[in-house]
Design a protein around this ligand. Structure first.
Ligand SMILES: *Cc1c(COP(=O)(O)O)cnc(C)c1O
Length: 412
């Protein structure tokens, strides 16, 4: 890990204080033309000694705006400090976790996985339009049936058809012959330009798609394609737990990646990350964004610099090894839980590198599922699965109570 280090608390606070100093001081500044401000001190408690050890609260009060994308071109001068910290976050993710070459990536902290997924689709739509004069009818989005619904939102917004690829019921793996048939049929219907959303851990199962299956079949039919990895849930787990993962920028088939910081990383809501190879994000340049200094390349306009600082703080409080240990603790709990289910002959799905266990619903009475807050695969109609996620707050002692109740059921 070249950039992902662990900093002391003092160092974290010092860097954040410095970053906030270089954010314009709205109190004493001459920035007459900026429609911006720190938080309203008539409403919020914005001073006091409680702030000394709370760099994040200080950041929210200073209220920097990280509008724009800071890995290329110019950026708004007024908020350099928090932009610099965002750039460090993007660099750790792109280079250290997802193996991009130095300066060969772009990215920004989006509002969440939904925005980051739609940003990718938007980029590829415009790329196909620009390079091939493609029409919307000639484009199509492919993803597995377990894919997050944000892809359907993107399909609707961008007016591009989306097709779900069936997965094996037990393995949750894309069925390659089905994919082949679907692609063949789509081509016969006039589709020429493909956008793939490949999952690095689905929301319900933690299942991980193999993007090379898409690449192989689409290459065979000689159609244009781009592959985006949706790591909204798995992005801070899978690349750490599976050292042989090829879901990164060393894989030439992969062009862009979504990661959420407000799931596993426990950052405040409003912190998803979009990463892509250099030369792609320019496809969504909004030339009319004249009043903002720098290029406008993001779906969202103004966005919270404090949120970027929060992600920076989390990454550099743990460092790579600290995070590695945390993930391994969660995986140990998951192993333990899976073993208990094995002993009870309860069927479930689990990817060995993920902290999700999804149990077939016939083994869990509805009342028990409700009592322990398990999440069903559907809230309308009969569900087939219930998932358990080993997060920070889900300890073995909590799991044990659930397992004991399951045991009592299997005995009686
Ligand atoms: C949560 C999730 C999303 C959407 O993320 P938001 O941050 O809620 O917008 C997208 N994909 C996957 C796999 C997710 O788990």
């Amino acid at each position: 890990m070249k950039y992902w280090k662990k900093y002391s608390k003092e160092k974290l606070i010092k860097r954040i204080d410095k970053a906030l100093e270089s954010t314009i001081d709205f109190q004493n500044s001459k920035y007459l033309g900026y429609p911006v401000s720190r938080l309203d001190e008539n409403v919020f408690n914005t001073s006091g000694t409680f702030l000394n050890n709370s760099p994040l609260l200080k950041s929210f009060i200073a209220n920097p705006n990280n509008i724009g994308c800071h890995t290329l071109g110019k950026s708004e001068e007024a908020f350099k400090g928090s932009q610099e910290l965002e750039k460090e976050v993007i660099r750790v993710l792109a280079v250290d976790i997802f193996k991009a070459k130095e300066n060969e990536y772009d990215g920004y902290i989006a509002t969440g996985g939904t925005e980051a997924n739609i940003q990718a689709l938007w980029i590829y739509r415009n790329l196909y339009k620009k390079e091939f004069d493609a029409t919307l009818d000639e484009m199509v989005i492919l993803s597995s049936e377990d894919t997050h619904y944000s892809v359907h939102k993107g399909s609707n917004l961008l007016s591009i058809d989306t097709v779900s690829i069936p997965v094996d019921f037990n393995l949750r793996e894309i069925i390659a012959p089905e994919l082949d048939n679907i692609v063949k049929k789509l081509i016969s219907e006039g589709k020429k330009y493909f956008m793939v959303i490949s999952n690095m851990a689905t929301t319900m199962f933690g299942s991980v798609d193999n993007p090379d299956i898409y690449a192989e079949i689409l290459s065979k039919y000689k159609v244009k394609f781009k592959i985006h990895i949706d790591g909204a849930f798995g992005g801070f787990i899978y690349p750490i737990s599976n050292r042989n993962s090829t879901l990164n920028f060393e894989n030439p088939n992969i062009s862009s990646i979504t990661i959420d910081a407000h799931k596993m990383l426990q950052a405040p809501y409003g912190t998803g990350v979009f990463l892509c190879r250099k030369g792609l994000i320019e496809n969504v340049l909004t030339k009319e964004a004249q009043y903002v200094d720098g290029m406008d390349l993001t779906i969202v306009g103004s966005r919270s610099g404090a949120n970027a600082i929060a992600v920076w703080m989390i990454l550099f409080s743990y460092g790579y090894y600290g995070w590695f240990e945390k993930i391994n603790t969660l995986l140990l709990r998951t192993d333990w839980f899976a073993k208990q289910l094995d002993a009870l002959n309860i069927e479930y799905f689990r990817d060995p590198f993920m902290n999700i266990v999804t149990i077939k619903s016939e083994y869990v009475p509805e009342k028990l599922a409700h009592k322990y807050g398990l999440v069903p695969d559907t809230h309308s109609g009969k569900n087939s699965w219930y998932k358990v996620i080993m997060m920070d707050h889900v300890e073995i002692d909590d799991l044990l109570k659930f397992v004991e109740e399951l045991t009592n059921i299997s005995i009686s």
